[in-house]
Write a protein that binds this ligand. Sequence first.
Ligand code: SAM
Ligand code: SF4
Length: 426
Amino acid sequence: MNAYDSDFLAQSLINDGFVPVDTPEQADVILINTCVVRAKPEQKAYSFLGRVSAIKAANPQRFLGIVGCLAQLKGAQLLKRFPQLDLVIGPRELCRFPDILKRIDHPSGKIVATGLNSSPPGHAPCQGYFHEKVSGYISIMEGCNNFCSYCIVPYVRGREMSRSPDEIVAEATNLLSEGVKEITLLGQNVNSYVWQGQGNKRWAFPDLLHDLSRLGGLMRLRFVTSHPKDLSDDLISCFGAIENLCPHIHLPFQAGANRILDLMRRGYTREDYMALIQKLRAVMPGIAITSDVMVGFPGETEEDFDQTLDLIHQVRFDSLFSFNYSDRKGTIADKMGGKIDEMTKASRLNTLQTIQQGITVEKNKELEGKDVEILVEGGSKRKSQLSGRTDTHKIVNFVGNDSMIGNLVKVNIKRSFSNSMWGELI
Ligand code: SAM
Ligand code: SF4
């Protein structure tokens, strides 16, 4: 989501005549996009802001802005702590950035924009911006209405607001005309996407998927994130029915014990979650399933943690994003008793990650000797190699030539590792 917002800002700047540079020292305008979902990214944002403030001090003509969720959370307080800042703008006010930009040349004081009611930013297409990219993102909705007890997102990104299908299709058409082959639709909970059109026409998320899948040149369509409580049978049946919809779903479960899921206010039980996994695998047997999970939620006992491990063993996720629970001020969980100490959290996270690593390695190994189709994204980290992804989102490196970038090629998997695979072109 932040990468998408940064692209919006970069395109707005380029459209206004700015050119990208490689380092903050060379820049006339510096915008720092921030995340506060856990304490760590928040700390990183502060330290980066400190460094860049020193660069601005060396040349006060520079324009320095902080955008995103830290800007929303702290607002004008940031101007006191970092007097070098000219602009503080929250995620829901980004749509105002092109207007604010006009004032950059004629500074009329500091700007703080942290309203939460504006629409998500419309796209600011900039010819050539995605020219060399194979994959692109489109945000289909902003905000979240769920208020999971640990989560700060609804407070900093506001309530859910969907974008119109016309706007989304126009943005997708533009990406495809630039040469993008794969589009990932973004939202905190894409399953609750809804748009009421003229008359009785209403779009739910599966309708949007069907509309987009028909766009010429779209090789692969993906989406993230789905909330288990809103994963409908209609959406599940899109897998297999929509040819270019990739067989991969990211379905965060967060915890394996019903007691913790209830405290988290997730709105489903582990049994509900397991039933969804069964349905998904019945519709599409080879579907890749990835997820988010947290350890050390307030009150989490060893038995609760064992339930999380048990769910991981049962589902056998392709991969997992796993986090230590982190207190976020203002959330319901922040005020809960039974906080888990950092050592216990670290040890639980380590146990969980070791188990998942083993499962990921085993699942990747199952692909050895098999032929897979990959969308070639570009050069791999090693020179003279190319890198791409399977439709199940696994990275495959192989030797090929640059003309393959942006195309689907068949590769035989020779070796598998924990984060990638090595293949040979067929
Ligand atoms: N909307 C998505 C969902 O409901 O699954 C997730 C969005 S959140 C930005 C990404 C992930 O961060 C969550 O799935 C959760 O695992 C993690 N997360 C959110 N709040 C957290 C917190 N206070 N401490 C640790 N991890 C957290
Ligand atoms: Fe946060 Fe829950 Fe909304 Fe996801 S669904 S963004 S975890 S409140």
